[in-house]
Design a protein. Structure first.
Length: 145
């Protein structure tokens, strides 16, 4: 059974929350848990009257400081930066990815950014997907100055 977003209610939220908790119980590590979450979202979320997934792409990010990123993510962030980054610079680190394209089905298959330094509004504007997410969530962009 798919949960339709156009009629999403408290019952659906409870079902989805339970399914997410259940799929992550045996995950070993944050990245494995995040990958299971995005796959479960793809499995469960649909459109009214359709058995197809209602999602094109699901990504799960966590906030990590540059100094706490693993090697792949740290190297990616340093490659984006025009100057040396402070070890305390916050970043969005991609932990889970799943979508309709094969390149979207896993963090290590992703051709997109695996980490995004939060250096200010300009750094987010170069990442349109994340920029729109921040805007839609009503986050204070001035806090990134």
């Amino acid at each position: 059974m798919r949960i339709a977003l156009d009629g999403f209610d408290l019952r659906d939220m409870t079902l989805l929350g339970g399914a997410i908790r259940a799929c992550t119980e045996t995950a070993v590590g944050l990245e494995a848990a995040a990958q299971r979450v995005v796959e479960k979202l793809d499995e469960l979320i649909g459109q009214s009257g359709s058995e197809e997934s209602g999602l094109v792409l699901s990504r799960l990010y966590v906030t990590r400081r540059v100094g706490k990123l693993d090697g792949e993510r740290a190297a990616f962030v340093r490659g984006l930066a025009s100057e040396e980054l402070d070890q305390r610079t916050p970043c969005l680190a991609l932990m889970g990815s799943y979508g309709r394209e094969p390149d979207w089905c896993g963090v290590h298959q992703s051709r997109g950014p695996v980490a995004i330094p939060l250096l200010g509004i300009e750094s987010l504007e170069r990442q349109p997907l994340v920029w729109r997410l921040f805007q839609q969530a009503g986050l204070d962009m001035g806090a990134l100055q």
